[in-house]
Ligand binder design. Sequence first.
Ligand code: ADP
Length: 190
Amino acid sequence: MLNIVLFGPPGAGKGTQSNLLINKYNLVHLSTGDILRSEISEGTKLGVEAKSIMDRGDLVSDEIVIGMISSKLDNNPDANGFIFDGFPRTEAQATALDNLLKGKETSISVMLSLKVADDELIKRLLKRGKDSGRADDKNESIIANRINEYNNKTAPLKTFYSNQDKLSEIEGIGSVEEIANRLNSVIDNL
Ligand code: ADP
């Protein structure tokens, strides 16, 4: 199996690149942000709980997102592999993911970490906020909180995966196609 953690700060381009990778490598895309937003639009109990947290730019609890990923893994027993997008975001989530995959006799193949400077991230997110209406993209102080959460809780996962020799850092500035080519060449050389 090919199991990829697509990593990077909010606005790094994980969603865009995931869509290209799932087609090229025939993978299942698991985005915790997308799953949470669909819970919100369906008005589920979980969605109602998550909405105010997400609108502030804080992280949803580990327990909730680990449970979501666990059931998605169970629901896709025949997958060729997975792209984890926006997950894991904390060390507890990364450890849980390793254990879930071990239970299925597989593991993470690589962490592809997209590198983009903060000023570019803020520009991209504000534009997405205008285009899509996403509540957490509209306001510069919420965006700053998300980048802060990323730096404090999520960025340390680069060390977690580099300790397993699985970290690959990719320049996230350039055209969508240029960045896709960089990601493909790392995967093709695994
Ligand atoms: P972005 O990466 O641009 O911030 P996402 O769609 O990945 O967008 O995440 C949006 C929000 O959803 C996050 O700010 C957070 O509140 C919540 N979220 C998504 N994934 C997780 C996760 N793995 N752990 C905790 N919260 C999460």
